[in-house]
Ligand binder design. Structure first.
Ligand SMILES: [Zn+2]
Ligand SMILES: [Zn+2]
Length: 258
């Protein structure tokens, strides 16, 4: 089956899967938490290949999708799923689309390259970002349960206004979307906010998770990366650099682009 060429599935824990897309330059991650009565899927990938056959393979339970934010590389398979949650601040993006031209999104998709042999049915010139009419709203503070895992919703704006992170106490993990991963964190578009990003790092620092499940590049990274990012942001704050257009800043594993 062609679909299996595109995705890689890593069974991180009992009932917990990282689903990655190693043949697209963004190396996006989605996470599936299989519970008792349902499964929770965090993000739905780039859409270069449909994700649903993979989740069908991993569980027969009904799936609730939680989106870490509404960027194209996290939402492109949403219309394969009925029950979708997004933060209030990105309700209009999910309903009406991102305030970006489809040409610029197609350019982003192809800019770092992808292996078209691994997703033979994908046509970049026909790619559009899906929208959805019917979905549920998160405000932060909710506990999303599948009967086994309890994911606490934390509003963490900065990379986007409605970005959320999800903390799971028993696994001691934090799902961070594009708030934190190894690589360059983008807070340079008009809809980003470097100061809010710093506040979100201060917030997630309180959770001190053992592991982070990031939105890109790795299936899991150490929780100490939160401290590494926070320290750099704290320094940038003291220098008055938490503003658009001030530049790119690097620590050992993380860069911030303002
Ligand atoms: Zn993003
Ligand atoms: Zn992303």
């Amino acid at each position: 089956m062609n679909i299996m060429k595109w995705f890689k599935v890593n069974n991180i824990e009992n009932g917990v899967y990282a689903i990655s897309e190693p043949y697209h330059w963004e190396k996006a991650r989605s996470y599936l938490f299989v519970g008792k009565d349902k499964a929770i899927l965090v993000d739905t990938g780039t859409g270069l290949c449909p994700l649903k056959p993979i989740t069908d393979m991993l569980t027969e339970l009904p799936i609730t999708v939680i989106l870490t934010h509404c960027h194209w590389d996290h939402i492109s398979s949403i219309n394969s799923f009925n029950e979708v949650y997004i933060h209030l601040k990105e309700e209009s993006w999910l309903k009406n689309g991102l305030p970006l031209s489809i040409e610029s999104i197609r350019n982003t998709i192809s800019s770092g390259g992808y292996d078209s042999d691994k997703c033979p049915n994908f046509d970049l010139n026909k790619y559009t970002v899906p929208t959805k009419d019917s979905f549920h709203i998160l405000k932060g503070g909710e506990i999303m349960s599948n009967g086994v895992h309890e994911l606490e919703v934390i509003h963490t704006p900065g990379h986007s206004p409605g970005s959320i992170a999800l903390y799971e106490k028993i696994l001691d993990i934090l799902v961070t979307g594009d708030l934190l991963y190894k690589g360059t964190i983008y807070a340079n578009y008009p809809s980003t906010d470097p100061e809010q990003l710093y506040k979100s790092y201060l917030l997630i620092k309180n959770y001190q998770p053992k592991w982070v499940y990031p939105g890109h590049n790795d299936d899991m990274i150490g929780g100490s990366l939160i401290m590494e990012g926070s320290e750099l942001l704290e320094k940038l704050d003291s220098l008055g650099k938490l503003k658009h257009g001030t530049g790119n800043y690097h620590s050992e594993h993380i860069s911030f682009k303002f």
